[in-house]
Design a binder for this molecule. Structure first.
Ligand SMILES: [Zn+2]
Length: 406
């Protein structure tokens, strides 16, 4: 242990330091709506001012000035579904995925992330997840999490979902609760409704999102239980938030219909082979837009750090992949390459996520909002990343690393 401590200290425990004032001149800003050429004044961790006419600043003011020369500036990505502790473990204890370190998020352009436990809510705990989120916050990222995991009764920290959301700062909802999946607890509609009410009331008490984030599996039941809950209860549709809805083509049609009824549906940016009965995130978003469903009712998340297993008919894992945050920006670039405008693409990765999750100061470039920004290069790759006013990535290279990252 002593050797380990010395090694960590030798590597330098990262300190989150930043200039108090940063002036970014001549950025081509998508907020996510297109604003054109703007100057941005960052003070501490916030955007203090944005505009086109910059008054003279007092000489001698300690300010870092950067001319972006028209480079594109977009909000940092808000990833609503990632496995902060690592996910997996579905093919034995040696298949537990390790926790992704800080720069895995920042180099992918993710400045805000929401953690979930997943299948393994047995050897992994809510306390561990909250601590992982707190650790990322200490390292300069913005992070939250859901209580619970795949199963019922849900694992919690305080003994109830309502209590966790009301009392624990990082916890904003419950999930990913599994449905239509062989790994689920086979929850009934009544059980899911009780859980949704717990999340909703916890959200009311704390001013947080209070959503039921639902992992939807490959099962033929699809989203039928959500439709039943909408028909049977007084709960607002926004409480029911299904994810992985692009994993089957027919399931995605159900998701579009649900979005028109007011639910926000979440697409996962996993890789899809051409012969698979699934839509890639880029294909799914195009289909969603073409269907004319409400633009703000669709989001994209990465499932980063999670295991992406393929099962045989007996439920055994026959192949395994790990989700990564980089798939979000890959999706954005794929859509740009197909001719879509950035201001049409970005909301599903930024503002719409922050709105559903009630993450104040997140998902937009605006005065008073947190200084979470991405600067792109001429080819549309992520060049620089600022999280809460501090540079984490410059010229595509991580300037800050997690405590135990090499
Ligand atoms: Zn899942």
């Amino acid at each position: 242990m002593r050797a380990l401590l010395r090694k960590a200290n030798g590597a330098g425990v990262p300190q989150v330091t930043f200039s108090m004032l940063v002036l970014l001149r001549n950025g081509s800003v998508y907020a996510p709506q297109r604003l054109g050429r703007q100057h941005l004044l960052i003070a501490g961790d916030r955007i203090a001012w944005m505009g086109t006419d910059l008054a003279a600043l007092p000489a001698g003011l300690p300010i870092e000035e950067i001319d972006l020369n028209g480079a594109t500036v977009v909000p940092g990505l808000v990833d609503g579904h990632a496995h902060l502790t690592g996910g997996g473990g579905e093919a034995g204890p040696h298949t537990k995925v390790p926790a992704p370190p800080l720069s895995r998020y920042t180099t992918a352009g993710v400045t805000s992330v929401v953690g979930v436990l997943g299948t393994d809510d047995t050897t992994r705990t809510t306390g561990e997840l909250v601590t992982a989120a707190n650790g990322l916050v200490a390292e300069g990222l913005s992070a939250w999490c859901h209580t619970g995991g795949y199963h019922l009764p849900p694992v919690t920290l305080t003994g109830s979902v309502r209590g966790d959301i009301a009392f624990v700062d990082r916890i904003i909802g419950v999930g990913e609760i599994a449905m239509a999946d062989h790994r689920s607890s086979q929850p009934t509609v009544a059980e899911l409704l009780r859980l949704a009410s717990e999340a909703h009331v916890g959200g009311l008490l704390s001013g947080k999102a209070g959503i039921l984030h639902l992992h939807v599996g490959d099962g033929a039941r699809g989203l039928s239980q959500i439709r039943e809950m909408l028909a049977e209860s007084e709960l607002p549709p926004r409480v029911f938030n299904p994810t992985h809805v692009n994993r089957r083509k027919a399931l995605f049609e159900e998701a579009i219909a649900l979005a028109t009824r007011g639910c926000v549906v979440d697409i996962t940016s996993f890789e899809v082979a051409p012969e698979e009965d699934a839509w890639s995130a880029a294909d799914a978003l195009e289909r969603y837009w073409a269907a004319g469903a409400p633009l703000s009712n669709v989001t994209v998340s990465s499932d980063g750090g999670g295991c992406l297993p393929t099962f045989d008919a007996d439920g055994r894992v026959i192949a395994m992949d790990v989700g990564h945050s980089g798939s979000l920006w890959e999706t954005v670039r794929a859509l740009v390459a197909r001719g879509h405008a950035l201001d049409a693409i970005l909301p599903a990765f930024t503002s719409s996520v922050a709105t559903l999750l009630r993450l104040r100061g997140k998902g937009r470039i605006a005065e008073g909002f947190d200084a979470d920004l991405l600067v792109l290069d001429e080819l549309g790759a992520i060049r620089d990343v600022m999280c809460r006013g501090a540079w984490h990535v410059r010229g595509g290279t991580a300037m800050r690393r997690g405590t135990f990252e090499a």
